[in-house]
Design a protein around this ligand. Structure first.
Ligand code: FEO
Length: 396
């Protein structure tokens, strides 16, 4: 059902309460998500984005209850990824000639995904679309935030920025607006979204934020494509993004490991003890990768100043959970973080070096070039050594 955002602007999206995994299986969405689509009904009628393909039929049926589809003058595609463009093939079968406004890269992605030659109108930053009643849509390219095709659209008069993925979060709610939901849940999903999706583009984001702020646009509402619409102090999420984009860290050290027979687990806990003894102010958190959600742990890495990674040696390397997690960290291109490594082994013992090499190539500064290696299960003296290793990490 259509829900009013402001004046003649409404939400016509889909709340997906059931969604537990996103981007295939790569992102956990414990709180579901929403696919936000918007309808602007001025002298001209505009549809901004659609919803994910499995909900296309429902989306179109709901839209038809609100308006005659032939009344839509323009379709704006802020981003071609399937969670926002997935209903276009079904929609365009009903209104095949309607113009689609999007970036040149979005044309490539839409053609690549749907193999249709729709009536595309390519926009560049600063291009405007007159909607009548004194209102215009102004387009801003947002390349690499987070795809090369991304853009945002700004509605004058109502001062609404349709930001697409930027400032969004995977959070299912019927409440629609940021001031109506649990703030802890909301900001956790925001930082998780930033940590897992936006981090590699932080440098681009810093420049883009400066560019958008220099336009001096009055922004009363930020209407994202996932989760809540920011109407209460919308600039608070922009300020958070500016902070997160600035190689963010808190006074936190995270110990991340997997274990076979609990020897590496024992080291993890003793290292945590040592950090706690050496620094009473630092937050220490310990995560077994086999038992924790990867995307939640990535969020903790994002908040950490130091990450300590452990694995037993297996097959001259590390456990696959640890290898996969280091692959995720490398792809996210974290900056300004330190690392250390540890692990038990029975025979050859290359695991710790494998971790150190991987963390170095992922851009982490190594605190200790050797790491803490222990053959067989930790003895009492090795446990004490692990406590001292933790103290050294805390002081680094
Ligand atoms: Fe929500 Fe990049 O799609």
């Amino acid at each position: 059902m259509k829900k009013q955002i402001k004046n003649n602007v409404s939400w016509v999206g889909k709340v997906d309460w059931e969604l537990l995994r996103f981007h295939g299986d790569d992102y956990s969405t414990h709180k579901g998500s929403t696919y936000n689509s918007y309808l602007i009904e001025e002298e001209k009628t505009v549809l901004i984005d659609t919803v994910w393909m499995p909900f296309a039929e429902e989306f179109i049926a709901n839209l038809q209850k609100e308006i005659d589809l032939n009344k839509i003058d323009y379709i704006v595609v802020n981003h071609g990824e399937v969670d926002h463009s997935g209903s276009l093939p079904a929609l365009m079968k009903l209104i095949p000639d309607k113009p689609i406004y999007c970036t040149a890269n979005a044309v490539k992605s839409l053609k690549g995904q749907y193999h249709q030659d729709w009536n595309f109108h390519v926009i560049k930053t600063g291009d405007k679309l007159d909607l009548g009643n004194g209102k215009e849509l102004i387009f801003v390219e947002m390349s690499m935030l987070h795809w090369p095709d991304s853009m945002a659209s700004y509605l004058t008069g109502d001062n609404i920025l349709f930001s697409n993925d930027a400032f969004g979060q995977h959070y299912a709610t019927e409440k629609l607006f940021n001031d109506l939901v649990d703030q802890c849940e909301l900001f956790y999903e925001c930082i998780k979204y930033y940590a897992n999706i936006i981090t590699p583009f932080s440098a681009i984001l810093r420049k883009k934020l400066a560019e958008v702020l220099s336009l001096n646009l009055q922004i009363d509402i930020i209407a994202t494509s996932h989760g809540v619409i920011w109407r209460d102090d919308p600039m608070q999420i922009v300020e958070k993004y500016a902070k997160w984009a600035d190689d963010y860290q808190e006074n936190q050290i995270s110990i991340i490991y997997d274990t076979m027979w609990n020897g590496t687990k024992e080291l993890a806990e003793r290292i945590a003890e040592g950090i706690g003894l050496a620094d009473k102010d630092v937050t220490v958190k310990v995560f077994n990768l086999a038992k924790n959600d990867d995307n939640d742990v990535i969020t903790e890495v994002f908040k950490s100043k130091t990450v300590v990674v452990g694995s037993p040696t297996v097959g001259n390397s590390v456990l696959h959970s640890v290898a996969g997690f280091m692959h995720m960290m490398k792809g996210l291109r974290f900056k300004n973080k330190k690392a250390a490594a540890f692990g038990c082994y029975g025979w050859s013992g290359e695991g710790t070096k494998f971790i150190l090499d991987s963390m170095k190539s992922a851009g982490f500064e190594l605190i200790d070039e050797e790491g803490l290696r222990n053959q067989w299960n930790p003895s009492e003296s090795v446990k004490e050594e692990a406590v001292r290793f933790g103290m050294k990490i805390a002081k680094a």
